[in-house]
Design a protein around this ligand. Structure first.
Ligand SMILES: O=C(O)[C@H]1O[C@H](OP(=O)(O)OP(=O)(O)OC[C@H]2O[C@@H](n3ccc(=O)[nH]c3=O)[C@H](O)[C@@H]2O)[C@H](O)[C@@H](O)[C@@H]1O
Length: 428
């Protein structure tokens, strides 16, 4: 809304005049609105010929619509929330009224999961601010929004505080692939601890709701199977995975401490193994590694005997779960995953079959503290969010294989990341 300053000597007369103009405008608006039938004031409602109004009335409206007073009035009128506008990138963006449009911060928004979440929030018509330090995130994942007026990309590390005005915070920032989070374990710990503290401080200051993307790794090498949220986990506090697992565990602790002590509105999602397009080609996790290896007919590398299990969810299901959790009333930790469970051995054969690959399946040494089994109990998400996965693993894999085939076509050979700690390679 525009603020207009008036000098004290003429303010009374001006206010009277504005009052009169407002009354005329309102009267004409109501006339015009009635004649349009659906009460819509959005889009081209003023542009076309409105039945029931004389040309002079229409002319007057067209002139007045440009005035400051009229703009101020319009900003308070309900807009048609169903209308959509095609943005420059060809995606349909809903036009939300001021009262429904939120300013949403996504930390780690240029990463694999973050960028898919950003797509959904942008298309829903919200203003989105992405914070990313581009350690594993890539500009190309959000490049298609860069010129959109609702979008802002900030290169920033959450370890440093930042002042922003937002309504909701999706706090995703943290490397999630074992070789990447083990590359600089101290930094991974700082990201989960100082980063989450900074975001909680921001949430407290601006009274924003904050959602932390925690992980199935808080259950460690679980002794309960499948894992419900009530299970406290089995984590080695000094092992190579601890920087991530314990970092996320203390991040959860901080979320509920801020809720209790400072009344911050918190949500915690425990995400299970997720895959889909935009995974980093050098991510090093099992889905991207096996697909990249199979598509290039290279050896498929299984760590250990391959009898360990994982349950895989497609990224669009995860994003739906996160949005429901953020916007619902349930504030306790919630598993978001697909219970479709595979041994790594079976999964390697499955990928080989789907890609019609001639790769050889090869067993390497087991990695330290690798959880032996993992499968989410999703009864809480079903009950509290009305959520369950919709995309089966086969369909999701087909989309992901297509994506990586495209990446290979464009960029040539990809050398998959092995089990050792490493920095993400590749372009931004
Ligand atoms: O994908 C995820 O969402 C999860 O990925 C990792 O957890 P992890 O289950 O160890 O993920 P992967 O690295 O994909 O490993 C899955 C299994 O495949 C095996 N693997 C992985 C890569 C490979 O080339 N070969 C192979 O046999 C691993 O040893 C492990 O048993 C992260 O630690 C989690 O935070 C994250 O939520």
């Amino acid at each position: 809304m525009h603020s207009i300053a008036y000098s004290s000597s003429s303010s009374r007369n001006r206010n009277l005049m504005i009052g009169a103009v407002c009354a005329v405008v309102l009267f004409l608006l109501v006339l015009n609105q009635n004649s349009l039938g659906d009460g819509s004031l959005s889009g081209g409602g003023y542009g076309g010929s409105s039945k029931g109004l004389s040309t002079s009335q229409e002319q007057l409206i067209n002139n007045l619509v440009k005035s400051e007073v009229e703009n101020a009035l319009l900003s308070h009128m309900p807009k048609n929330t169903n209308s959509k506008k095609t943005s420059d990138n060809g995606l349909q963006v809903a036009e939300l009224s001021e009262s429904k449009r939120m300013r949403i911060l996504v930390t780690g928004g240029a990463g694999f999961v973050g960028s898919h979440l950003v797509d959904r929030l942008m298309m829903a018509g919200h203003e989105v601010i992405v914070l990313d330090n581009f350690f594993t995130g890539r500009k190309k994942n959000v490049m298609h929004w860069v010129n959109h007026p609702n979008f802002q990309l900030i290169s920033h590390d959450v370890v440093e505080p930042i002042m922003l005005e937002v309504d909701q915070i999706y706090h995703l920032a943290c490397p999630a692939s074992p070789p990447h989070y083990q590359y600089n374990p101290v930094k991974t710990i700082k990201t989960s601890t100082m980063g989450t503290l900074n975001m909680l401080g921001l949430a407290k200051r601006v009274k924003a709701r904050i959602l932390l993307t925690s992980t199935s790794e808080v259950y460690g090498d679980p002794e309960v199977h499948p894992q419900p949220e009530t299970y406290w986990g089995n984590v080695n506090p000094i092992g190579p995975r601890a920087c991530y697992d314990e970092g996320k565990r203390v991040a959860e602790t901080m979320m509920y401490a801020y809720q209790k002590q400072s009344k911050v509105d918190v949500r915690v999602a425990r995400i299970f193994n997720t895959f889909g397009p935009r995974m980093h080609p050098n991510d090093g996790r099992v889905v991207s590694n096996f697909i990249i290896q199979a598509l290039q007919d290279k050896d498929i590398t299984i760590y250990g005997n391959g009898e360990q299990t994982r349950s895989f969810q497609y990224v669009s299901d995860l994003v739906e779960g996160l949005i429901r959790l953020m916007n619902g009333d349930y504030d306790q930790p919630t598993n978001i995953g697909n219970p479709d469970e595979y041994t790594v051995n079976d999964f390697s054969k499955y990928i080989k079959e789907l890609t019609k690959s001639s790769s050889v399946i090869k067993h390497l040494e087991a990695t330290a503290d690798d959880p032996r089994k993992r499968k989410p109990d999703i009864s809480v998400a079903k009950r509290e969010l009305g959520w369950e996965p919709k995309v089966d693993v086969k369909t999701g894999l087909a989309k992901t294989i297509e994506y990586f085939a495209g990446v290979l076509d464009e960029g040539g050979e990809i050398v998959p990341t092995g089990p050792d700690a490493t920095k993400p390679k590749g372009g931004y």
